[in-house]
Design a protein around this ligand. Structure first.
Ligand code: IPE
Ligand code: IPE
Ligand code: MG
Length: 247
């Protein structure tokens, strides 16, 4: 390897932002933007498979999105349920493993059932893994992991000094999944909005003004090629990386 990575990112995490503004530009209700956003998801999934990406994490609904007008929240819930219903068979046929990460206990009983059925059906698939982050917050994820460890300390199963980065990671919703290599946020904002906070400690960031419903394969390729030109040093120097290559 030279100073450039040249390796396709294995795990891509995306904040799919800009649906509302996409609709507003067309003088249509925000919900139309969310519907168009689902089409974009289908397209990007296909493109990720083409590019040999192994994990795709998509932020669909944040723990803060409940603060939106209740009408928009309920339409988003309906759209989530409908998309699951329409897509799951196709995803399964394509050997895709679907996982929902987030606090699903806040969803309706029927949506929770749909989620567990979809996860169960696709659990042994070996192709692309898709993590849909729904009612997800990075702080919530860390908190729930630490709570599980605290329970073990309480029962004497674990010593406080056994709480390590590894044990915290192992309790996250993304345990056993490699950390994101590339993070993309569409829609022009340059912030993390409580997405995979712990997991993105060394992720490469890519921001684009393109609104999510307009994001396509060409745009994804731009993000991937930007990633490929970066040098991931993980604290080391460039020289050290080159020495290892020549070793
Ligand atoms: C992202 O698009 C989708 C969700 C948060 C559900 P937005 O709805 O945030 O779109 P903008 O940012 O208002 O344009
Ligand atoms: C973040 O988008 C969450 C999702 C894309 C689901 P938002 O549009 O809600 O983010 P903020 O609150 O503006 O940062
Ligand atoms: Mg937004």
């Amino acid at each position: 390897m030279t100073e450039e990575t040249h390796i396709v990112p294995q795990h891509i995490a995306i904040i799919m932002d800009g649906n509302g503004r996409w609709a507003k530009k067309r003088l249509r209700p925000r919900f139309m933007g969310h519907r168009a956003g689902v089409k974009s998801v289908e397209n990007i999934v296909k493109h990720c498979i083409k590019r040999n990406v192994t994990v795709l994490s998509l932020f669909a609904f944040s723990s803060e999105n409940w603060r939106r007008p209740s009408k928009e929240v309920s339409l988003l819930m309906e759209l989530f349920a409908l998309s699951l219903k329409q897509q799951v068979k196709q995803l399964h046929k394509n050997n895709i493993r679907l996982r929902i990460i987030g606090d699903v206990s806040k969803f309706s009983a029927s949506l929770q059932k749909q989620i567990s059925q979809a996860e169960m059906l696709t659990s042994t698939n070996t192709g692309l893994t898709i993590n849909i982050a729904a009612n997800y917050g990075g702080r919530w994820d860390i908190t729930q992991s630490v709570q599980k460890l605290a329970e073990k300390v309480k029962t004497g199963e674990l010593l406080p000094e056994d709480i390590t980065e590894e044990t915290i990671s192992a309790g996250l919703t993304t345990a056993e999944i490699p950390e994101p290599d590339l993070f993309i946020r569409t829609g022009g904002e340059q912030r993390v909005s409580n997405f995979l906070l712990w997991q993105m400690a060394y992720t490469e960031f890519f921001f684009t003004d393109t609104l999510w419903p307009d994001f396509n394969g060409t745009e994804l390729d731009k993000a991937i090629s930007s990633f490929c030109q970066r040098e991931r040093r993980f604290g080391k120097t460039s020289e050290q990386l080159r020495e290892n290559d020549n070793a």
